[in-house]
Design a protein around this ligand. Structure first.
Ligand code: NAD
Length: 465
């Protein structure tokens, strides 16, 4: 009998996974989950807010996200997981099929910034693909994940198919990484690298959604007022504690002054505080994190940056939304992710310069472009990022759950959402049935003749297959 809670969870999960519901039954459970998440939203919102201090509207984004994800995978999974036929080695003579099987027990290690979304939205496709899940929420936000799991049990999921094991990264997180059959991680790039090394050593599948230093390009064809509205939402949603939020803005020189006026005016108008629907922005996760964010700003200011709004010392967990200009290259926040409500603005002389600056980063998670669709699309095609939002900051691509999302470069490996977001939790089995003739030709065919026949077959195949 295991006495360690993580090992006990794995033992139970492995057993439950062997006796899991059918794909159809899992799909029905997820559709009931969709409804229950919406029905029990007040409880969820209260718990998320109590743990994170985020604005209620931003907590609601999580509820929305989980409901959409549950519905999406409930609907697409039966087809996505079905056996498919492929072209065989020899036409007609080889019948080739690809089957998909669950991997076993998926380990999920989640961060604190979206404690509902980022814990459960990956568990949903993992379970829907037939796996069991052992999930570790962040130490600061365990109750949200536990409540989300309770609601999933209420929807009919056998309890042992999903275990939430709270605890530290060094204890529970490491135990999960060393025991699971597939590891899904969301969090910092530093931790992502460490976990990737473990997954590599163990030769298990690994997917990681990591940090970002996401750029917003404001093209000269943009309307400055609309650009400012988008920039405020993109930079300060969830108090900037969002891997896909904007921390760098490159504005066309001709629009610089009009944009900055509108952006600063709108930022100053944000209602910041902890409470109900009336607040536009909540607190940060902790006073300690607010202090860290302020240190980034102080470093930039000491090196010559100008503060247009915000930048004042934190009041407890609250940090005012901050807009900076003239940030020198030596400032830490020029390239490092702040993960707070701090953004800098820089004027650029051309779209080419904007693209070059946007791509000059170790990260590649999200990017955004504001401008006329034709110009914005042309810019988007040149950006090195897993998602590009046009005339939106991040929400359009994130909420397009039918499309893959994830990071280039140091922003991650693998993808969530889309069909990729469920198929990664499966193993494939290719079954090729050879009929009538063996691949090597009839037994009485000499090797030389076989070579001739195959040479002609290849020539024909190039033309017709
Ligand atoms: P973090 O890496 O410190 O922690 C994330 C999770 O990993 C927590 O549950 C933590 O307990 C666990 N953990 C930490 N060290 C571990 C270890 N050595 N072994 C096993 N588990 C360990 O990240 P954070 O600071 O809590 O989260 C913020 C970061 O997450 C930011 O960089 C942000 O950009 C990123 N993030 C990325 C996405 C995305 O989808 N790309 C989403 C949200 C957050």
């Amino acid at each position: 009998m295991d006495t360690n809670p993580t090992q006990t969870a794995f033992t139970k999960a492995r057993h439950a996974q062997q006796h899991r519901p059918t794909t159809r039954e899992l799909s029905d459970i997820l559709l009931r989950y969709h409804d229950l998440i919406l029905t029990r939203q007040t409880e969820l919102l209260d718990t998320i807010q109590a743990e994170t201090g985020k604005a209620r509207a931003h907590a609601f984004d999580e509820v929305l996200d989980v409901a959409i994800t549950a519905r999406h995978y409930a609907k697409i999974a039966p087809k996505a997981l079905k056996q498919t036929s492929k072209k065989g080695a020899l036409p007609v003579l080889t019948k080739t099929r690809v089957q998909r099987e669950p991997i076993g027990v998926v380990g999920i290690i989640a961060p604190w910034n979206y404690p509902l979304s980022l814990a459960i939205s990956d568990a949903i496709p993992a379970i829907m693909a037939g796996n069991a899940v052992v999930l570790k929420p962040d130490t600061q936000t365990p109750r949200t994940a536990q409540l989300a799991a309770e609601i999933l049990y209420q929807a009919g999921l056998p309890r042992d198919l999903l275990h939430v094991v709270p605890g530290s990264g060094s204890d529970v997180g490491q135990a999960i990484a060393h025991t699971c059959d597939y590891l899904m991680f969301t969090g910092s790039t530093a931790t992502g690298r460490k976990l990737g090394a473990i997954a590599g050593e163990r030769l298990i599948g690994y997917s990681a959604e990591l940090g970002g230093k996401n750029p917003l390009i404001i093209d000269e064809t943009a309307d400055p007022e609309q650009a400012a509205r988008i920039a405020v939402q993109a930079s300060f949603a969830n108090s900037g504690q969002l891997c896909i939020s904007i921390e760098r803005i490159y504005v066309a020189e001709a629009l610089r002054d009009a944009f900055l006026d509108a952006f600063v005016r709108r930022t100053k108008a944000l209602r910041v505080g902890i409470g109900g629907w009336d607040y536009d922005m909540g607190s940060l996760i902790s006073a300690e994190h607010a202090h860290k964010v302020h240190e980034y700003v102080q470093d930039a200011v000491a090196k010559g940056a100008q503060v247009l709004t915000g930048g004042t010392p934190p009041e407890g967990k609250i940090y005012q939304p901050t807009v900076l200009i003239d940030v020198p290259d030596t400032a830490h926040l020029k390239r490092e992710e702040v993960f707070g409500p701090v953004v800098f603005v820089e004027a650029v002389g051309s779209a080419a310069e904007a693209v070059e600056k946007a791509n000059d980063t170790d990260y590649g998670l999200n990017a955004a472009v504001v401008g006329r669709p034709k110009q914005a699309q042309a810019i988007a095609r040149q950006l090195h990022a897993g998602t590009v939002n046009i005339n939106e900051g991040f929400a359009a691509a994130w909420a397009s759950v039918d499309a893959p999302m994830g990071g280039w470069k140091a922003s991650g490996v693998g993808r969530r959402h889309g069909v990729e977001g469920i198929l990664k939790f499966t193993e494939t089995r290719t079954v090729a049935e050879q009929r009538l003739l063996p691949i090597g030709g009839p037994e009485n065919l000499s090797r030389e003749k076989y070579a001739k026949v195959m040479t002609s077959t290849l020539r024909l195949g190039k033309r017709f297959l």
